[in-house]
Ligand binder design. Sequence first.
Ligand code: XMP
Length: 523
Amino acid sequence: MSTTSLESLAIQSESILVLDFGSQTAQLIARRVRDENVFCQLVRHDLSAERIRELNPRGLILSGGPASVYAKGAPQVDPEIFELGLPVLGICYGMQATCKALGSEVRPGLSREFGHTPLRVLESDPLFSGLPQEFAVWMSHGDRVENLHEQFVALAASDDCPNAAIRHRERPIYGLQFHPEVTHTKFGKELLANFVHKICGCTGTWKISSFIDQECAAIKERVGKSRVICGLSGGVDSSVAAALLFRAIGSQLSCIFVDNGLLRKGEQQQVREQFSDHFKTDLHVVDAESLFLRELAGKTEPQDKRKTIGRVFIDVFRSEAKAIPDAHFLAQGTLYPDVIESGMNQDGPAATIKAHHNVGGLPAELGFELIEPFRMLFKDEVRRIGLELGLPESLIWRHPFPGPGLAVRCLGEITKPRLDTLREADAIFLEELTRAGLYREVQQAFAVLLPLQTVGVMGDARTYEDVIALRSVDTDNFMTADWSRLPYDLLQRVSTRIINTVRGVNRVVYDVSSKPPSTIEWE
Ligand code: XMP
């Protein structure tokens, strides 16, 4: 569970609680509210009215959810929450649960309504303040509210849904059949902002720095005099986690960085500069290059490489961690998108970590208690925290790098000379991309060393040498991606520099495949 205890939430001057009914987008609602500079956190859907009163939020949002309100075991709300005098916004399932609790009828719709729908505003209300009379919203529901109880009035309708937005006649209780939190709803951000500011009366004083202060206090209290270990990968999430832990507990933090010999050029040096010279953490750099290369020798099959790297990494990390006395905690930079399956624990959503792609992750059997300060946050929120903590822009905006590192970009056999070739070519590509001002425009760019040689000519001699492929992608979420339309003259500069200066390479190609059907990595 996040170190943010709900007690720390209670002391926030302004906060909104999202009661989580299991929607995929529940966390997105919280994030949109935080974007309004109002603290917001998910809590389980059946939190009692009494507990909510103790937490003292300014308003409640009831999320959507996959169930039908009449299904057996469907999550219900404590009807007492409507007596707290707090503004409530029910979204989709949250609206249906509200209506059911307050006496309206919810029925299965004749058809599922899914996708963009034009919404017409019928009644003026602060919720729609500043919004046009008609705009597109995103619907995704089967059930809908039918005989609206006379306590309620319809504020907006769509073609299929006469009660697409409703309000209680006397109390600030609202319901939306559509999802304002997703970007497909045209004025969703403004609508949620109206709820938070105009209806709940929040002024928006919460800042990322408040999150840092609050997390630091919670971590300090939880950790006591123990030592905390943080595994550094060189990437954004673990670096920001380490910087936050350093702010919280200073010399009680030990960082472990495993150099597996599969890193980008200069990576170990950058980690040393940041976490030993700048933040003076107790940094343990484990030079495990020869061990990894020995274990990888002769392996060419991608999953075999991944498994080997994962296994050796855990062994190396475990033995280094064991040698650090009094360490009871392990800090990790797990983000919300890494967390799927929103089961419910005591107050907030419990979760399990994605198995996909988590090579380089650590197993639970390591025996540490986990500190995961960012498990409720999205990547850009973590970036803001990192900048606030003083990490350099170059680190904060670094492209993601896979756990198995260059092993999955060095196609075929992994040897030190081949890795060195790849590292040099990759560094040139990234340097030229940065110089052209395009590094931050694309989401992931790298070089790949192919397992084949091609013929070339240098001077009067024929050569038979390696091929480097360049890959650069534009993507929102890494699930789908398009190849970056990099300028030809940039590609030409990169190609010339690589062929002229990286020994053993006589050809450079550019990957023009999108995902799907290709993937971003080549292995
Ligand atoms: P693909 O190649 O599946 O990659 O399109 C999507 C994103 O995941 C990263 N990736 C990995 N990350 N361990 C990781 O930690 C892995 O084994 C791995 N394979 C791919 C990839 O770099 C891209 O950002």
